[in-house]
Design a protein around this ligand. Structure first.
Ligand SMILES: Cc1ncc(COP(=O)(O)O)c(C=O)c1O
Length: 275
């Protein structure tokens, strides 16, 4: 079952034209929303970001967000999704191939559900990461379907048996290939400011709010790779990974080499939010 334009159909019935602009240009934007106990988590924030991403690439959604929300609830009901992800994308539509926007194409929304368990092992034990140059474009705040920079970075991590690639631009840690990156130094949490160089992660925002509630001081300021290696703790955040410790980077231990106390407090607070 999937949402195809404004109908819910069987996956086998869905047809994507070879001249769909998402297929040829990556011309579209997307969202991944986590579902806990059959309920989408922070759906409004994801739909608002979806609309903003579309607006920033001058793509008009084919119908209002309220209608999209209804379709997504219907999709979750029909697929019976309890624990997993909801994937949503919009393409600028199908038209004869030419770079400039086609006059006539109707943007195509698709969405489908993927059952999946929470990554508890990674969250408990921590993961390892590699660093790599951030070669992406300068509008990383847009959740664009163009993911080659992220794909290449993640593959570099996978080639080295690691789960994430930490991106470095001009010596500064921007974010992970599909996560936001935080370090902890002397009890203060640091993460890159929400500008055009990173995705404004919804889990990043939630984590900063939790830090405020827990009276953990937080700075949304750029830090360099030396600060990363010198950190007491490091963790990443995302819709699917939630708050996940990073205990090794480029083979070097971060802090004590096990998930640190600040990360643990934030993880516990996050757990309360979702249960
Ligand atoms: C590049 C990048 N940064 C950060 C994130 C985390 O964002 P969120 O917490 O909204 O899932 C993602 C999620 O896919 C991402 O692709």
């Amino acid at each position: 079952m999937l949402l195809y334009d404004n109908r819910i159909i069987e996956r086998e019935q869905a047809r994507i034209d070879v001249e769909d602009r998402a297929y040829q240009f990556g011309d579209g934007v997307y969202e991944v929303i986590r579902v806990y106990g059959g309920q989408p988590f922070h759906l409004k924030e994801h739909l608002d970001r979806f609309q903003r991403s579309a607006r920033e690439v001058r793509l008009s959604l084919p119908y209002p967000l309220e209608q999209l929300e209804e379709h997504l609830f219907e999709l979750m009901r029909r697929t019976g999704l309890q624990e997993g992800n909801l994937y949503l994308q919009v393409s600028r539509g199908t038209a004869p191939r030419t770079h400039a926007f086609p006059a006539q194409a109707r943007p195509l929304i698709i969405a489908y559900t993927q059952p999946s368990a929470r990554p508890l092992k990674e969250q408990n034990q921590g993961i390892c990461a590699v660093t790599t140059e951030d070669i992406r474009w300068l509008r990383c705040d847009i959740k664009s379907l163009n993911l080659l920079g992220a794909v290449l970075a993640k593959q570099k991590a996978a080639d080295q048996g690691c789960q994430e690639a930490i991106l470095i631009r001009d010596g500064i840690v921007t974010e992970g290939s599909s996560t936001n990156i935080f370090i902890v130094k002397d009890g203060t949490v640091w993460t890159h400011p929400a500008d055009h160089l990173i995705l404004h992660g919804i889990t990043r925002d939630i984590t900063l709010q939790l830090a405020a509630v827990l009276q953990i001081s937080a700075r949304t300021e750029a830090f360099d790779s030396a600060a990363l290696f010198d950190a007491d703790e490091c963790f990443m955040t995302s819709t699917t990974m939630e708050i996940c410790p990073i205990i090794k980077v480029d083979g070097q231990t971060i802090g004590t080499g096990s998930p640190g106390p600040v990360t643990r407090r934030l993880q516990e607070a996050f757990q309360k939010l979702i249960s």
